[in-house]
Design a protein around this ligand. Structure first.
Ligand code: ADP
Length: 645
């Protein structure tokens, strides 16, 4: 016992307690775990290596496929987004070009006629079918350029055309005036704008100047259209496009253009209505659009936004965000496109999820199939090994049985032959004339008795084996003194020992009491002593009896041929022998029966031997006898057994 320097057990504490106390990781249960788990794990891994390989390969392939698909998804999503952006930009561009072309066409109306009548203009605009062919446009108008001094005459002239309340507004002295003379369709909204001097307002003025000086269509910056209701909080941002109209032929220099300016054909736009009219099919409510006036984006410049939800971070994070410049009638716009969550979801999840799920399922299936295959193969191998083992056992059993039958036949024939000879001799003597030689007859009868005893011993051992094999051995326990039983049994061998010249002694100095079955004890002693005489080569045989209170020890020692180390265990088995049957007779059953009996009495038997130096057989028997369940009664009339050889 190791000593423990710690804890309340002091120096006598068992080391296992000490281990548990000092280091919980090394506690007995955990130590067992620590020792067995890695071994179990490694044998499991080795056995299922191919299944785990399949699992790893499957997972790797699924991972690579998922990456590949993810890349494909990203690419396709980007491509779709780019298509949506292109479609939106192009749609807006075409629409704006179309409006400008229409305004240039309207300028043609004014260029071709010095005086365009109100009805004429109305008919012209009606023929354009604005709501159907130019959705988003608020109307088409003409704003006349008025030089100082022309204002009064102009108001009078227009008033005479059936608009008695007509006046140019806002009021006030200005160097130049413009006045909206025509605006069709002349609905309630547009009627509000008649007479308005757009040149009085800086944003519009900038565009008008640009149009005048370049002789090209010019778009204004962001304005609030006069058509919008003052109180309307949902008013849309607007802008206008101006196309200059000159008197006479087209002037070529800015000064000429200013000098010959007659007015502007123009169109006001409400941004919401304009974009609404575009209806980009590619967007399908999944891409947001913002239109900013100028190169910078910001709330001041915001012309239109379709954004309803939160920020655009997710789209921007995935690269689904574009800022695209667009030139509209000499003015730069910035279009901002960003994918909504719905666009990202619609173009991402499904396929990747399908690939991952099906990949994992296929991998799992592969793993399970491979494992099942491995298990099936292992089971088949185990079954075949078991079959081979059984077949080999069966072959051995057949060989042992055949050998035994040969030996048994020989063993039985020897006393039978000698019995037959003796009987023939006796018969001849009986038939001989003259008086019987009583001494010779007596010797013959004695010899016959010896041979029949021998035969009955052989048959008894065979019966004993059969009983032992079928578990029919019964014990009759009683209080016995082992020394006394031994001495009495050994006495029966004295004649045999003397005639063989063997010194046979019993050393049993103290009584050893116990509860045993006398007949079985005698059988054990008989087998061991007769073996010692048989294999003892005439050397002394010593029998010793000792006890230690709980067990009795019976030792039979000879100095004969001894037993090889490799045979020491097997000689206790049925039919097992370690000598040639040519030199020594015997069935190989004595030690088998001895061990069975000793074990039935709750004890054990062992041999220590060296070839050529003798053997010592030691039997250990508990003094209390075997467990209660082994106790029973055996017929008291059963005779004590003689040696089995
Ligand atoms: P048997 O003596 O009939 O062959 P046993 O079962 O009594 O059968 O013994 C089995 C074998 O053990 C013997 O054949 C012999 O080889 C060996 N054996 C038994 N007792 C001794 C002994 N005292 N010395 C040497 N060998 C022995």
């Amino acid at each position: 016992m190791r000593t423990c320097p710690y804890g309340k057990w002091g120096s006598r504490a068992p080391s296992i307690l000490c281990i548990a106390l000092v280091d919980p990781i090394q506690g007995p249960a955990l130590r067992v775990l620590r020792d067995t788990v890695p071994a179990l794990l490694s044998s499991h891994l080795r056995r299922h290596a191919s299944a785990y390989c399949a699992l790893l390969v499957g997972l790797a392939v699924t991972g690579v496929a998922a990456l590949y698909v993810q890349r494909g998804i990203d690419e396709r999503r980007n491509r779709r987004f780019d298509e949506a952006v292109r479609e939106g930009t192009l749609g807006l561009q075409q629409r704006m070009d179309m409006y400008q072309a229409m305004l240039l066409g309207t300028r043609g109306l004014f260029s071709s006629s010095q005086q365009v009548e109100r009805d004429e203009f109305h008919a012209y605009v009606e023929s354009l079918e604005l709501p159907r062919r130019y959705p988003g446009i608020q109307g088409i108008g003409f704003s006349q350029w008025l030089r100082p001094g022309e204002l009064e005459a102009h108001e009078a002239e227009v008033g005479a055309e059936g608009l008695p309340d007509y006046h140019v507004w806002p009021e006030g002295e200005r160097a130049e005036y413009t006045a909206i003379v025509f605006l069709e369709p002349l609905d309630a909204r547009n009627r509000r704008a008649i007479g308005f001097d757009m040149f009085s307002e800086p944003t519009r003025q900038e565009a008008m100047r640009r149009a005048m000086e370049t002789a090209l269509p010019a778009a204004s910056g962001k304005v609030r259209l006069v058509q919008e209701d003052e109180a309307d909080t949902r008013a849309q941002a607007g802008f206008l496009i101006y196309v200059p109209v000159y008197n006479g032929t087209q002037p070529t220099t800015p000064e000429d253009r200013r000098a010959h300016l007659r007015g502007f054909v123009y169109a006001p736009f409400r941004m919401g209505d304009l974009v609404e009219g575009l209806r980009f099919p590619g967007f399908q409510g999944t891409v947001d659009l913002e239109i900013h006036d100028g190169a910078e984006t910001g709330p001041e410049a915001l012309l239109f936004t379709s954004r309803q939800e939160g920020p655009w971070e997710e789209g921007a994070r995935l690269g689904l965000y574009r800022e695209v410049p667009l030139s509209v009638a000499g003015r730069r716009w910035t279009l901002v496109f960003a994918a909504r969550e719905s666009f990202i979801e619609r173009n991402s999840q499904l396929q990747l999820g399908t690939v991952l799920i099906s990949g994992l399922l296929v991998t799992l299936l592969l793993f399970l199939m491979t494992r099942a295959q491995v298990n099936a193969r292992a089971a088949a191998e185990a079954a075949s090994a078991e079959q081979q083992r059984l077949a080999s056992e069966a072959r051995t059993a057949v060989r042992v049985r055949d050998e035994f039958l040969g030996v048994a036949a020989h063993e039985l024939r020897t006393p039978l032959t000698s019995l037959k000879l003796q009987l023939q001799l006796l018969y001849r003597q009986l038939r001989q004339p003259g008086p019987l030689d009583a001494e010779r007859v007596e010797r013959g009868v004695e010899s016959c008795e010896r041979q029949t005893t021998r035969l009955s011993q052989l048959v008894d051992s065979l019966l004993d084996v059969s009983r032992l094999m079928h578990g029919r051995m019964e014990l009759r326990l009683e209080a016995l003194e082992l020394g006394e039983v031994t001495r009495e049994l050994v006495r029966r061998f004295e004649t045999d020992a003397q005639s063989a010249g063997v010194r046979l002694t019993v050393d049993a100095p103290l009584p050893v009491q116990g509860r045993w079955d006398r007949l079985r004890l005698e059988q054990v002693l008989t087998n061991l002593v007769s073996n010692a005489l048989k294999y003892g080569q005439g050397a002394p045989v010593d029998v010793r009896v000792r006890g230690d209170g709980s067990a009795a020890f019976l030792e039979v020692r000879d100095q004969g041929i001894g037993i090889a180390r490799e045979d020491a265990e097997r000689i206790f088995d049925r039919f097992e022998r370690a000598v040639s049957s040519r030199h020594y007779g015997g069935l190989g059953l004595g030690l088998f029966i001895t061990r069975q009996l000793v074990e039935a009495l709750g004890g054990s038997i062992a041999v220590v031997s060296l070839p050529g130096q003798g053997s010592t057989f030691t039997v250990r028997l508990p003094v209390t006898g075997p467990g209660e369940e082994a106790e029973g009664t055996a017929p008291a009339s059963e005779p004590p057994r003689a040696p089995l050889h």
